[in-house]
Design a protein. Structure first.
Length: 114
C-alpha cells in the first residue's frame, strides 16, 4: 500500500520563506518522493513563469535537511512530507529547490584594456 504524502511550495523573499501552496497528494504506488518533489516544482515553474528570475537550476534532495542548499542561494522550494497535510511528519522526506550555483555568481570577465 502506498504512503500518504503532502507538500508545500515556498518562495524565498528577502530573508524568509513564504509558503504559496500546500496540499495532499494522491497515493502513487512505487513513486519515489524525490521524483514527486521534482515533478511538483516543474509543474509550479510552468504555471508561474514570471515569479522567479532566470539562471537557477533545479536540484532534488532526500530526507537530510543538512544537505539542502543555503537560503541565500535558493529561490523556490518544494518539500514533500510523509503523511497528510494536517498530520505530516515534521521534516520533509524529499525536497526540490531552485538553486543559484556559486560558479554562476562569478564576476563577468570585462577586460577592456586598450
Amino acid at each position: 500500500m502506498a504512503d500518504d504524502y503532502s507538500y508545500e511550495v515556498a518562495l524565498h523573499t528577502g530573508d524568509a520563506w513564504r509558503i504559496t501552496d500546500t496540499g495532499d497528494l494522491a497515493q502513487i504506488p512505487d513513486r519515489d518522493p524525490k521524483e514527486t518533489a521534482r515533478g511538483l516544482l516543474q509543474d509550479w515553474l510552468l504555471d508561474n513563469p514570471n515569479s522567479l528570475i532566470g539562471g537557477q537550476r533545479l536540484e532534488v534532495f532526500g530526507d537530510n535537511p543538512g544537505s539542502y542548499p543555503p537560503e541565500s542561494r535558493s529561490g523556490a522550494r518544494v518539500w514533500v512530507f510523509r503523511g497528510r497535510r494536517v498530520a505530516h511528519e515534521e521534516l520533509p522526506t524529499a525536497a526540490a529547490y531552485l538553486v543559484t550555483e556559486l560558479e554562476d555568481l562569478g564576476e563577468p570577465d570585462l577586460d577592456i584594456r586598450i
